[in-house]
Design a protein around this ligand. Structure first.
Ligand SMILES: NC(=O)c1ccc[n+]([C@@H]2O[C@H](COP(=O)([O-])OP(=O)(O)OC[C@H]3O[C@@H](n4cnc5c(N)ncnc54)[C@H](OP(=O)(O)O)[C@@H]3O)[C@@H](O)[C@H]2O)c1
Length: 249
């Protein structure tokens, strides 16, 4: 396993799910990690879960608010960061004809513009040889009913990652993780029984026979952030979602 001693990583969305799992992996490998998200309560709980070593602080801000982003980044420790991992997003879905446009715009503000603005504001803080890791989702290329807008937001994030890899190299590398369905708090809004049924039926439709765990995505984040020859890449970690059988077996 890699030794990340002496490296510092900022996980925006690091209080939960895949961001927290990635932060834990980086922390276990010796990196100093900084967790960010909106809720200070969730951030402090996550920080305690990492047992407080090599976690110099938490930053509470909303990625959709440029002023909050600038203020939070200005509080980063001197010397800046090696890695920026952006999992933060508030997503929605619904029937194309019914979903309010304002709701879709708010999702783009979070999933795309939030990541865009944060990466832009973080540029001066990223050390030479550092990396940005964005998060999209399998829906960018494998659509789902009631998820057209979310798929479009994910596709926009992937295009951004590829474009920035070209523009920011060789100083920085930029990659994007495209997860399939993963068991995280993101799905907590779904009533437990429906959620379990959704995990089961999605899992059964996948070649691996189950949905993902955050730790499995964390391993992909590690590769994207630390492999010096990987940039402009969208890394699918989706249990084989895109090669699903088109009819029931
Ligand atoms: N889970 C899946 O099945 C799945 C599948 C495909 C793609 N993805 C994508 O993968 C990424 C991570 O998902 P996850 O399942 O790990 O989510 P999660 O468990 O819900 O975690 C989301 C994190 O982002 C933070 N956050 C949300 N909105 C924010 C905002 N506006 N400003 C700052 N922080 C914000 C949350 O903390 P606060 O709420 O305290 O701000 C939390 O730390 C997301 O971009 C999601 O779209 C997820």
């Amino acid at each position: 396993m890699r030794d990340l001693s002496g490296q510092r990583a900022l996980f925006v969305g690091g209080s939960s799910g895949m961001g927290l799992a990635a932060a834990r992996l980086f922390h276990d490998l010796g990196a100093e990690v900084i967790l960010a998200g909106r809720s200070i309560r969730r951030l402090e709980a996550a920080r305690r879960a990492l047992q407080d070593t090599r976690v110099p602080g938490v930053l509470a801000f909303d990625i959709t608010d440029a002023g909050q982003v600038d203020q939070a980044l200005s509080r980063l420790p001197a010397g800046g960061i090696d890695h920026l991992v952006i999992t933060a997003a508030t997503i929605t879905h619904g029937p194309f004809g019914d979903q309010p446009v304002a709701e879709v715009r708010a999702m783009f503000d979070s999933k795309f513009w939030g990541a865009y603005g944060l990466a832009r504001a973080a540029l001066p803080y990223l050390r030479e040889g550092g990396a940005i890791v964005f998060f999209s989702g399998v829906l960018s290329r494998r659509p789902g009913v009631n998820c057209a807008a979310l798929g479009a937001a994910c596709a926009a994030v992937e295009a951004l990652a590829r474009g920035l890899a070209l523009e920011l190299g060789p100083r920085l590398r930029v990659n994007c993780i495209a997860p399939g369905m993963v068991r995280t708090a993101l799905h907590d809004r779904v009533p437990p029984e429906r959620r379990d049924a959704m995990f089961l039926s999605t899992g059964n439709s996948l070649p691996v026979g189950r949905v993902g765990h955050p730790e499995e995505i964390a391993e992909a984040v590690l590769i994207a952030a630390t492999n010096g020859y990987m940039t402009g890449h969208v890394l699918d970690v989706d249990g084989g979602h895109k090669v699903r059988q088109y009819a029931t077996r």
